[in-house]
Design a protein around this ligand. Sequence first.
Ligand SMILES: [Zn+2]
Ligand SMILES: [Zn+2]
Length: 175
Amino acid sequence: MFFDIQTLEKQKIRFDQVFAPGSIDFLDADLRQAGDLRASGVAELVDPFGAREIRVRGDLRGAMEVVCARCLEPIHVPVVCSIDLFYRPMARIAREEEVALDEAECEVGFYQGGGVELADVVREQVTIELPMRSLCREDCRGICPACGKNRNREACDCRESFPDPRWEALRDWKN
Ligand SMILES: [Zn+2]
Ligand SMILES: [Zn+2]
């Protein structure tokens, strides 16, 4: 669904759309939809004759699948959040380069051409919502750097990569 500027000049656009897994490209091989994502809400022009910012508000619910940062196993992450994103016209920014984009504005996106695509809004909201680094569990043991086994499932006999100096000393003494 596309929120085009011409329509938004006249009226708000309400939306309620279900995205099946695979219908949005998340631009990240480790990020997949685990089920439908449903986005509902309203898009409007904040300042139709001035900044022409598009504001998209609503709710997003569904589930994603990410990989554990340590063991690389898939993790199911429910996504239930509200959406409140702003999009500024790209051309306007180019003209006003002196406009300082401080960190408070980091959730302001930009649009090019005639408007904003709902799929892009959903992708952005999901990216904001998911943690930078997910673990399958707090004490995930990860993958052994030597043999590649998942240490949550299988113990391995590989030497620790950072040997305890006390044991090293003991071994020297025994030899
Ligand atoms: Zn893990
Ligand atoms: Zn190992």
